[in-house]
Design a protein around this ligand. Structure first.
Ligand code: PLP
Length: 476
């Protein structure tokens, strides 16, 4: 399997999976996608059903991922999947169990990993793939990132203790939830450096960018990233769409729909890939919160990114985005993989005007018929009502992000089609909103008890690139 860039990089030969694994953006500024999506038929789907039954989630992951990864030995890939998707790491031996709720809704539990958010599903495999590939190349990697919540902790728990990998993770001082802070700062590992920057999330991101732009520093300290544009993360996420479909159906031609709480368009992009492969997915329901940039596009054809000042701080904070970093991949497929138009829309028009429009084009009009997408948004009051309602009807407590998806999913239910909502975090991460919705504080799963009392490992840093550089040099 070879990969190409959405901006049309004329590279020859095109890179394979292990060549793009450690990279973020393609050299032309585009995002990598497989040359073609592997196609699966009823026979393959039936084989996957028996693999899931016999070998569990890890076996299915190896089978699915082997379609995207042909430059890592099959036995190595199976071992890495078995290590990542084990019941020592995830709270259920099913890894991503699926439950039926009232009225045609299902819930796919993707938050059983070490940091109680769905990002563990991809990150646990990514850490092991990185370690494997770095050892093969005799290289080391310094991961530098900024986080306002779930990504940073998922990355740290996946990368800790991996040979050849160090992590420097910036957070805006005092601005994450107490649970999120405790989760990151309690990690006691010489290769993980937590940094609390005197500033907001955008300041953290600017510091990271400043160091990445310093090419000499970047090369000398082998800086790398683990953000959601990494193709390997998307590939790993395709697997739970397939396992969830298998678990909610008994026949290999039974269609399901998915509802996905969306921020950077990473999670739902993996659903698009699964659908393009031929997995029987009818509708992909995209749910946003009050920051509805993507809902606006799917309703109107206009994609208008917003500035930090226009981005609201909501009670589903992991979806507070103003610009969806993975969206370019979907538009590339929508426009028949026309790289020239992508360069025009994402290069020129977004840079100059902050928006582009596909309204009135045949491509936009065909989105639902050809790609199955519909969308909607949810507000604070919807979130609270949905959390209370699901608790009352189903005795299941869901987190605010999952609640956004349940809210929007209900508007798109069709008789006879299971609607699988992806659960992206556990309620314990967002106690204030849960308490507001239900009148009580969510239970803390046993594995997280006492976390907030542990000693904290975090370095305070001024909002200054020189200070960050000095810290990395000092710890290398
Ligand atoms: C990251 C995250 C999302 C959004 O996922 P994207 O891949 O950015 O669309 C939703 N919910 C939670 C809890 C998250 O951590």
């Amino acid at each position: 399997m070879r990969y190409l860039s959405t901006r049309g990089l004329p590279d020859d030969p095109r890179p394979g999976f292990s060549e793009i694994l450690l990279e973020g953006l393609a050299p032309d500024g585009g995002l990598y996608l497989p040359e073609t999506y592997p196609q699966v038929d009823a026979a393959v789907l039936a084989t996957w059903r028996s693999i899931l039954a016999d070998e569990g989630y890890a076996g299915l992951a190896a089978a699915v991922l082997s379609l995207f990864i042909d430059d890592i030995d099959a036995a190595d890939l199976r071992r890495l999947c078995a290590e990542a998707y084990s019941d020592e790491i995830f709270s259920s031996p099913l890894i991503a169990p699926v439950d039926e709720l009232d009225g045609g809704l299902w819930l796919a539990h993707l938050s059983g990993g070490p940091t109680a958010a769905f990002k563990d599903m991809a990150m646990q495999l990514l850490g092991r793939l990185f370690e494997f590939e770095l050892a093969r190349r005799g290289r080391e990697l310094t991961i530098l990132g900024a986080t306002s919540g779930d990504t940073g902790s998922a990355a740290e728990y996946a990368m800790r203790g991996r040979r050849g990998i160090r992590v420097f993770m910036l957070t805006p001082a005092g601005r994450m939830t107490p649970f999120q802070q405790a989760q990151m700062f309690s990690l006691d590992d010489p290769s993980i450096v937590n940094i609390a920057v005197d500033g907001v999330f955008d300041d953290c991101q600017d510091l990271v960018k400043a160091l990445f732009c310093d090419l000499d520093f970047r090369r000398r300290y082998q800086l790398g990233a683990v953000n959601s544009i990494n193709w390997a993360r998307l590939a790993a996420q395709v697997v739970y769409y397939i396992s969830s479909w298998l678990r909610a159906t008994t026949a290999d031609d039974q269609e399901v729909s998915f509802a996905v709480p969306t921020g950077n368009f990473g999670d739902i992009m993996a659903g698009h890939v699964a659908r393009m492969m031929g997995v029987p997915i009818r509708t992909l329901v995209l749910a946003t919160n009050e920051n509805n940039v993507l809902d606006e596009f799917f309703r109107t054809g206009i994609y208008r990114v917003r500035g930090a000042a226009e981005t609201l701080a909501t009670s589903s904070p992991s979806m507070d985005i103003s610009k969806a970093s993975n969206f370019e991949r979907f538009i590339f497929d929508l426009l028949g993989r026309d790289a020239e138009r992508i360069r025009d829309l994402f290069g020129d028009q977004l840079a100059q005007r902050g928006s582009f429009s596909l309204a009135g084009t045949g491509e936009f009009e065909s989105i639902r018929a050809r790609f199955g997408f519909v969308s909607g948004s949810s507000r604070h009051a919807d979130r609270l009502a949905t959390i209370a309602q699901v608790l009352d009807r189903d005795q299941v407590l869901i987190d605010p992000h999952t609640a956004d998806a349940v809210t929007v999913a209900r508007r798109h239910l069709e008789p006879g089609i299971p609607m699988i909502v992806l659960e992206t975090a556990l309620p314990v991460k967002f106690t204030d909103t849960i308490a507001e919705a239900t009148g009580r504080v969510p239970e803390c799963p046993a594995r997280f008890e006492g976390l907030e009392e542990l000693p904290r490992h975090v370095v305070d840093l001024p909002d200054d690139a020189g200070a960050l550089r000095a810290l990395i040099v000092g710890r290398s």
